[in-house]
Design a protein around this ligand. Structure first.
Ligand code: PBG
Length: 337
């Protein structure tokens, strides 16, 4: 990028390298394959359930048996991993999110069943209390705010339960300070030496999460402060570098930037700053913008998703979580036939 040698016309004609498909193939700088995609799955109780999510056209809440079918399809398309998000029955929610700590909760049962039915697929589980709390916050509330250290204790407990169920990648999305080190220590203590930690190291307080909160039913009563006392201010990049470096030092194997498309500058900056792979999350609001526009005939769905995901690769992301993973993987496979 820095070696900018300017030729002069007509000795240099930049269109020469674009004049046919083979030339474009030869000089292509970034590529997207289905190996770069991670599919998020929303889980519900029941069997045979595929319940469409209104704000995310093309995405459904799946019962465990259906999630197994989807996971099998994903793996056969070359998608290496899925990320599980439980939709918790409101009657199981409380102030402390205790359901998160039950070894037979929905997500733990799903991990076990998917693991035994689908070979060689990575299972990523979110670590945070928000699907389980009545207030919808990611941690424990003390004096009107999410308290850091007691929340970390709960998250360590949640992580161990997930690891025990067979989860391959623990993904804390809560933004508490110090949780990566505590979780790593606990995993090593219990000899989960191969369990990876994907830290949502750089997670901004974003309005783009709207449809997700609708999908998991956690919109509820966040209060005036929202999640701003723990998720990052979207004005900041230097702070993102501090967050990422902090989590790597504490034992994160992978770090995530989230949201994705409006934050590709952050993906590039973090990638240049830390020496672990950087993943990015094309979040629910980003998906909704494109899926709803495509439905309205504004543009071609697959082409727009492909272009948007390639942009993540250009920015330096090693993999991307996207609700469009299956469609894009199918298109990538059929294009190479
Ligand atoms: C919960 C969590 C959220 C998302 C992933 N994990 C929502 C939030 O922080 O409020 C958002 C994902 C999306 O919007 O697609 N900790």
């Amino acid at each position: 990028m820095s070696r900018l040698v300017l030729g002069s016309y007509p000795a240099t004609r930049l269109r020469r390298s674009r004049a046919s498909d083979w030339r474009r193939c030869l000089v292509r700088e970034s590529v997207l394959t289905s190996n770069d995609l991670v599919l998020p799955i929303f889980l519900v109780e029941g069997s045979g359930v595929r319940k469409p999510i209104k704000s995310l056209p093309g995405v459904a809440q799946l019962s465990i048996d259906e999630s197994i079918k989807t996971a099998k399809e994903a793996r056969s398309l070359g998608i290496p991993a899925i990320a599980l998000f439980p939709v918790v029955n409101p009657s199981l929610k409380d102030e402390l999110g205790t359901e998160a700590l039950k070894p037979d909760n929905l997500v733990c049962r799903a991990v076990k069943e998917i693991k035994s039915a689908v070979s060689d697929i990575g299972i990523i589980c979110d670590v945070a209390l928000d699907p389980y709390t009545t207030h919808g916050h990611d941690g424990l509330i003390v004096n009107g705010d999410v308290e850091n250290d007691s929340t970390v204790e709960a998250l360590v407990h949640q992580s161990l339960i997930l690891a025990k169920a067979g989860c391959d990648v623990i993904a804390p999305s809560d933004m508490m300070d110090g949780r990566i080190g505590s979780i790593r220590k606990a995993l090593e203590g219990e000899r989960y030496t191969n369990t990876m930690i994907l830290s949502y190291a750089v997670k901004y307080a974003s309005s783009f999460y709207g449809p997700f909160r609708d999908a998991v039913g956690s919109t509820s009563a966040l209060g005036a402060k929202g999640k701003h006392t723990y998720q990052m201010d979207f004005s900041n990049v230097d702070e993102a570098l501090r967050e990422a470096a902090f989590d790597v030092a504490e034992g994160a194997d992978l770090v995530m930037v989230k949201p994705g498309m409006p934050y590709l500058d952050v993906v590039a900056a973090v990638n240049a700053h830390v020496n672990v792979p950087v993943l990015a999350y094309q979040v629910s609001g980003e998906y909704a913008m494109m899926a709803i526009s495509a439905k309205a005939g504004v543009f071609d769905r697959t082409a727009v998703f492909y272009e948007s995901l390639l942009a993540f690769k250009r920015a330096g992301a090693s993999a991307i979580l996207t609700y469009a993973a299956l469609d894009v993987a199918r298109a990538l496979i059929s294009n190479t036939d």
